[in-house]
Design a protein around this ligand. Structure first.
Ligand code: AMP
Ligand code: GLY
Length: 447
């Protein structure tokens, strides 16, 4: 085997980051991946965690690149993207993939994105934008359809209130604008028509002018079985998407991505990196719900293992603006990801009373519980991705946040992928571990 002679610095720390690091090292035998700040639990071949690189401080990344030969940097965490990390690296002369701060507005402002979609003729739910609660409430009173009320800014996946009736819509306005549930992210709100159908997560890699479509996924954003509970970052996902055939991909290309590309260029945005379009397949066609400026998490853990093309070459094409001459090869397997989350536990208050922590994503949760059983997963039919896991002083792995690990089952069809995800996740153990038991069931809100 040849010695790796190229290096990438990947800026992320999540389960998505692990999936991207894995994609780089799996598809390019000549590459070493520096993963910063990364995750100390990741111990894969040719992936090196660099905790000294911080998401909040691009100077730490520049310093790292000066001390280690680095061919390019790939930034995929919104905390970094939203604060101009990419601008800083580019200005420091470092070749970097990821949207700059101006382009990251596609994720940091829903109002900006909705207006852009409207201008470039992409189908999206009818909407209005408000800066004050009273006009927003008057608007709701005048509507004869259900709405979704959204805080404009970043809210960790829970700033959209899908409302069944006017009363809950009015409460949502109060929660966001008066109770300030999402702080400054709720200075402005978008009220849009509630759509019914099956959601789809669409991914495309952009080089500024051309793009390549990656396989789509079905994400399970609700916290609980039956597709109920709170909207959160996601409890699992499936790829291929059950409705994504050639006809749908053609529509995605011509009705969403091509007009969006034109809109980005008109806006003067030089977009380099992944765009994630969240859309709803409705009776009236496919309509965009949201845009994110990074790969989906946990969609990365089902889409990226499918990719067979050397990802470093795709990244070089992004940097040179030659993506138009490239293609993405994928395998014909199905992948199902189930998230093992830090759920409810019993703990002690300072005064010695026993108290129940409801668990992520519902409310407070405790962390630091030892994780066992990871060595029992079957590598022939499953992949493991680390999200909120850390090594303790004894080198054991313990929980450190809401989504702990992602277990991805692999199969020849989606039923088999689902089966393998569950037979493997059942071997994992930690106090308060919780996961949805129905990832793979198709919840189409039209039915
Ligand atoms: P967002 O904050 O825009 O990413 O929305 C989060 C989630 O809320 C989406 O993934 C959907 O599940 C739901 N949602 C957002 N907008 C709508 C809509 N217009 N109609 C129905 N559900 C929506
Ligand atoms: N899975 C939803 C997200 O990455 O935002």
């Amino acid at each position: 085997m040849t010695k790796p002679n190229r290096n990438v610095l990947l800026i992320d720390s999540t389960g998505r980051g692990h999936a991207l690091a894995d994609l780089f090292q799996r598809t390019d035998p000549n590459l070493q991946v520096f993963y910063g700040p990364g995750n100390s639990a990741v111990a894969d071949e040719r992936i090196y965690t660099v905790p000294e690189v911080s998401l909040g401080d691009p100077v730490s990344a520049v310093r790292f690149c000066q001390e280690h030969a680095t061919d390019f940097v790939f930034v995929s965490h919104i905390d970094a993207l939203s604060t101009g990390y990419v601008d800083f690296l580019n200005n420091s002369g470092i070749r970097t993939i990821g949207p700059d701060r101006a382009a990251a507005r596609l994720e940091t402002s829903k109002a900006f994105t909705k207006r852009l979609l409207k201008r470039c003729g992409v189908n999206t739910a009818r909407f209005e934008v408000f800066n004050r609660p009273e006009p927003a409430k008057q608007y709701i009173h005048g509507l004869d359809y259900q709405v979704v009320v959204k805080a404009d800014g970043l809210c960790e996946g829970n700033g959209a209130y899908v409302c069944d009736d006017q009363t809950s819509a009015l409460h949502a306005v109060d929660a966001i604008m008066l109770a300030r549930a999402h702080k400054d992210a709720g200075n402005c709100i978008v009220i849009e028509e509630r759509l019914f159908g099956l959601e789809i997560s669409i991914f495309a890699l952009f080089d500024g002018k051309d793009f390549l479509i990656f396989p789509a996924a079905l994400d399970y954003k609700r916290s609980d079985d039956g597709n109920i509970g709170v909207n959160c970052d996601g409890m699992g996902s499936l790829s291929p998407h059950p409705l994504a055939d050639k006809v749908l991909y053609r529509k995605i290309q011509t009705e969403i991505l091509e007009p969006l590309r034109a809109g980005l260029l008109e806006e003067g945005l030089n977009y380099k990196g992944f765009i994630y379009v969240g859309a709803m397949i409705c009776d009236a066609g496919i309509k965009v719900l949201e845009i994110n400026v990074r790969f989906g998490d946990s969609e990365a853990q089902v889409v990226l293992p499918k990719v067979q093309t050397n990802f470093t070459r795709l990244c070089e094409a992004v940097l040179h603006g030659t993506l138009g001459s490239m293609s993405v090869e994928t395998d014909d397997k199905c992948y199902c990801n189930v998230v093992a989350a830090q759920g409810a536990t019993m703990g002690l208050e300072e005064d010695g009373r026993e108290t129940r922590y409801p668990g992520w994503p519902h409310d407070d949760f405790e962390v630091g519980f030892p994780i066992s059983g990871l060595d029992l997963l079957d590598p022939r039919n499953c992949r493991l991705f680390f999200a909120n896991v850390r090594r303790d002083a004894q080198d054991g792995l313990v929980t450190s946040g809401g989504r702990v690990v992602h277990v991805t089952g692999i199969g020849d069809n989606s039923a088999q992928a689902v089966h393998h995800a569950y037979t493997n996740i059942e071997r994992v153990r930690f106090a308060g571990m919780s996961y949805r038991s129905d990832i793979g069931v198709i919840y189409d809100s039209r039915r």
